[in-house]
Design a protein around this ligand. Structure first.
Ligand code: NAD
Length: 291
């Protein structure tokens, strides 16, 4: 079993770190929130007061941070992983960040003899807790091979999808599908509501046919119950839609569905829903339909 540094014990990271502990790995955990670190040291992990401390004795360091600036701080910043690489010379970034930044950080780490695998995930907090995430990994063949035994404790679909940055590109495609799927569900529920349908029954029937989806299965009940609790915050989804849009621009590609979905998410944030879960997109349809 490996000694692993784990940085970022938030909504996703806490379930993932728990699975690594359960798989018998030794964890050196770090987070800027002291209470998150204390929770894990009570569960048998070793508390690390800094990035360098989390990395020092580790065969690999896993990152699960909100966005590109936080990953850049941990990798490139003072006392970060370029200055203080893990003993095993492997960094696995599982956050959703910019593909260009992932490529650039992989090159900086490569220059100090350390492999970086970008391995963002899909499956939500439920998938993180149950170790059933879908993991899309970019990196060199050797980097992915070294990361695989660790990733196997976190996901059931674990694929090497290409060179550094490719994992983030696949994740952007994933988020396009998720955003438009959620929008379609909102629209169907709004129509069903206006027509006087029983929304639970509508959901149950849609789940039984070609309209079924992860979003309808997992977020549908919260949408119908008007429960806005996160989950996956609207703010983080907007970050992902921005990353997908930037990729579209780079390739000179019109992505009209993305543009519409992004506008609806921006409307949600403008109404103070940024910290709410993704299912709060349905409240945009409440407003559009005067509910
Ligand atoms: P989160 O905000 O709940 O957790 C992030 C954690 O990182 C927090 O505990 C925070 O204190 C810590 N942190 C922030 N900056 C830090 C730093 N400089 N050093 C150390 N710790 C720091 O976010 P999350 O929902 O767990 O998401 C993490 C990543 O996973 C994001 O990129 C997100 O887009 C992606 N993701 C989230 C979900 C989801 O359903 N929540 C699903 C798939 C992917």
């Amino acid at each position: 079993m490996a000694s692993i540094g784990f940085i970022g014990l938030g909504t996703m990271g806490r379930g993932m770190a728990a699975n690594l502990l359960a798989a018998g790995h030794e964890l050196h955990v770090h987070d800027i929130r002291r209470e998150a670190v204390e929770e894990f040291s009570a569960r048998g992990a070793k508390a690390a007061g800094s990035v360098a401390e989390a990395a020092r004795d580790a065969e690999a360091v896993v990152l699960m941070l909100p966005d590109t600036p936080q990953v850049e701080e941990v990798v490139l910043g003072p006392g970060g992983l370029v200055e203080s690489p893990p003993a095993g010379r492997l960094v696995i970034d599982m956050s959703t960040i910019s593909a260009a930044a992932a490529r650039s950080m992989a090159a900086r780490l490569e220059a100090v003899g350390t492999a970086m695998v970008d391995a963002p995930v899909s499956g939500g907090p439920q998938g993180a807790e149950s170790g059933s995430l879908s993991i899309m990994a970019g990196g060199t063949g050797a980097g992915f091979a070294a990361a695989q035994p660790i990733l196997a404790a976190l996901g059931t679909t674990v694929r090497h999808v290409g060179p550094p940055g490719a994992g983030q590109t696949v994740k952007a495609c994933n988020q396009l599908v998720c955003a438009m799927n959620l929008q379609a569900i909102c629209e169907a529920l709004a129509l069903g509501r206006a027509a006087g349908l029983d929304l639970e029954l509508l959901r149950e029937v849609l789940l039984g046919g070609a309209a079924s989806s992860w979003m309808l299965q997992n977020l549908g009940p919260k949408m119908i119950a008007r429960d806005p609790s996160a989950g996956f915050r609207i703010d983080l989804k907007l970050k992902d839609l921005r990353l997908a849009g930037e990729l579209g621009f780079q390739h000179g590609l019109p992505l009209p569905g993305l543009a519409l979905a992004t506008s609806l998410y921006l409307e949600a944030r403008a109404h103070g829903e940024g910290a709410n879960g993704n299912q709060a997109l349905f409240r945009v349809y409440d407003r559009l339909t005067n509910q």
